[in-house]
Design a protein around this ligand. Structure first.
Ligand SMILES: Cc1ncc(COP(=O)(O)O)c(C=O)c1O
Length: 376
C-alpha cells in the first residue's frame, strides 16, 4: 500500500511512472456486462436485495460452476459477497475461532494472514520450493497439521507466484483435510487463467462437499474489479453464518453490479479466452526478459498474471537491506512500481503484475534491468 501511494504521489507530480503494482486486468469490462448494468438502472433495479445476494445471481453462479467444473451446488449453498476479498473475510470469520490454526503456503496473498489474525486464529505457514516453481505437496502440508488445525487455504493459481497445484496433488490434500475434519478453502480467483493446464475445481471431487469451501470472484475473470462481486460456495450452515455477518455489516452487494454479474456469468465467455491469450504473450516476454538480467531468477508462472522474480542479487549491497527498500528506491530512482515480497511472506522477491501493455512491460523491465545492474 505504501508503494502504491508513493507511486500515486509521484504520478500526481507529473513523473513518468511505470506501474507493475496493480493486481487488476488492464482490459475494460466487456460491453455486454456494462449494458446489463445500464439496463438495471433504467429498470430501477436500484433497491435493497436480500443481504446474501439475489436468487437469480446465486443460480447463475451455481450454474456456471457446474458448467465449468462439473460441481453441483444449490443456491442455498451460495452467498454473493462484496468482492472475493469479502468472501474470504466472511468465510474465515465464520470458520475460525480463537486458537484455531490455519495452514497457508508461502508465498501467500496478503489478506489471508490478516483475516486469520482478525478472527483470533494462528497462521501456520508452509514453505515452498522456489526451484520447483513454488509448488507444494500434500506431505509438506501434512507435516504442519496439528489437533488445532481448522482450515487450509489454497490459492491456485497463486497470487503472487503464479504456481499451479496439479489435480492429483490437490486431491491428496483434500484427502488429508477430509480424513481429519479440516476445512479446505480453495481461492479460485484466478482459476480461469491457466497457461498449460485446463481449469478444474477441487470442489468437483467426489464427496468433497463437507470439506471444501470455494471462494470465488468475478473481478479478474471478467475484468470487473471495481464492481465488487464475489461469491462463496459451501455447506448451507456455513453460508447461513456468513449471511448473518453480512446482513449486519455490508448488507447486499450493489444491486446494479449483481445484474451485471448475471450477464457476465450467463453471457458470452469469449472475453476470458482473449484475455488469457494476451496474458500468455506477456508472461512469456516478462519471464525471458527478467531472466536476462544478471543474477535474477524467475520461476515460470503457470497461471494468474504475476511474475515473482528473485532479486536477491541486489540486496545487502549498496545499502538496500530488504525488498521494501528495494521497491522504494526503484520507485524513487527509476519510477517503476513493484510490490515487495515481504508482503507475501518471502524476503528476496518482488511481485510484478503483467496486467499491463507490452509497451509498459518493455519500458519498465528495461528500467528494472538498469537498476539491478547498478545495485548488484
Ligand atoms: C488470491 C486472491 N483472492 C481473492 C482476491 C479478491 O479479489 P476481489 O476482492 O477484487 O474480488 C484477490 C485480489 O487481488 C486475490 O489476489
Amino acid at each position: 500500500m505504501k508503494v502504491a501511494s508513493d507511486a500515486e504521489k509521484l504520478r500526481a507530480e507529473g513523473a513518468d511512472v511505470v506501474d507493475f503494482g496493480a493486481g487488476e486486468p488492464d482490459f475494460p469490462t466487456p460491453d455486454n456486462i456494462k449494458q446489463a448494468a445500464v439496463r438495471a438502472i433504467e429498470q430501477n433495479f436500484t433497491k435493497y436485495t436480500p443481504a446474501g445476494g439475489t436468487a437469480e445471481l446465486k443460480r447463475a453462479v451455481c450454474e456456471r460452476h457446474t458448467q465449468d467444473f462439473g460441481t453441483a451446488y444449490k443456491p442455498e449453498e451460495c452467498i454473493i459477497t462484496v468482492g472475493g476479498k469479502h468472501g474470504v473475510f466472511g468465510l474465515v470469520q465464520a470458520l475460525v475461532n480463537p486458537g484455531d490454526e490455519v495452514v497457508i503456503p508461502v508465498p501467500y496473498w496478503v489478506t489471508y494472514k490478516d483475516v486469520v489474525n482478525y478472527a483470533g486464529g494462528k497462521c501456520v505457514f508452509v514453505d515452498t520450493d522456489e526451484d520447483k516453481g513454488f509448488v507444494f505437496t500434500a506431505s509438506m502440508i501434512e507435516q504442519r497439521l496439528t489437533e488445532q488445525t481448522k482450515l487450509m487455504i489454497i490459492n491456485s493459481p497463486s497470487n503472487p507466484s503464479g504456481a499451479v497445484l496439479d489435480r492429483a496433488e490437490f486431491e491428496k490434500i483434500l484427502r488429508l483435510a477430509s480424513d481429519r475434519g479440516i476445512y479446505l478453502m480453495t481461492d479460485e480467483c484466478y482459476c480461469h487463467f491457466l497457461y498449460d493446464s485446463d481449469p478444474f475445481s477441487i470442489a468437483s471431487a467426489p464427496n468433497s462437499k463437507q470439506t471444501v469451501v470455494v471462494a470465488g470472484s468475478l473481478s479478474k475473470t471478467y475484468a470487473m474489479t471495481g464492481w465488487r462481486i464475489g461469491f462463496v460456495l459451501a455447506p448451507s450452515s456455513i453460508i447461513g453464518a456468513m449471511n448473518k455477518l453480512q446482513s449486519h455489516s455490508t448488507s447486499n452487494p450493489t444491486s446494479i453490479a449483481q445484474k451485471a454479474a448475471v450477464e457476465a456469468l450467463r453471457g458470452p465467455q469469449e472475453s476470458v479466452a482473449a484475455m488469457l491469450a494476451e496474458y500468455r504473450k506477456r508472461r512469456d516476454f516478462v519471464v525471458q526478459r527478467l531472466r536476462a538480467i544478471p543474477g535474477v531468477k524467475c520461476a515460470e508462472p503457470r497461471g494468474a498474471f504475476y511474475a515473482y522474480p528473485n532479486i536477491g542479487v541486489a540486496l545487502g549491497k549498496s545499502g538496500i537491506q530488504d525488498t521494501l527498500q528495494f521497491a522504494e528506491l526503484l520507485l524513487a530512482e527509476s519510477k517503476v512500481a513493484v510490490v515487495p515480497g515481504e508482503a507475501f511472506g518471502t524476503n528476496q522477491h518482488v511481485r510484478i503484475s503483467y496486467a499491463t501493455s507490452m509497451h509498459e512491460l518493455e519500458r519498465g523491465l528495461e528500467r528494472l534491468d538498469q537498476f539491478i545492474r547498478k545495485y548488484s
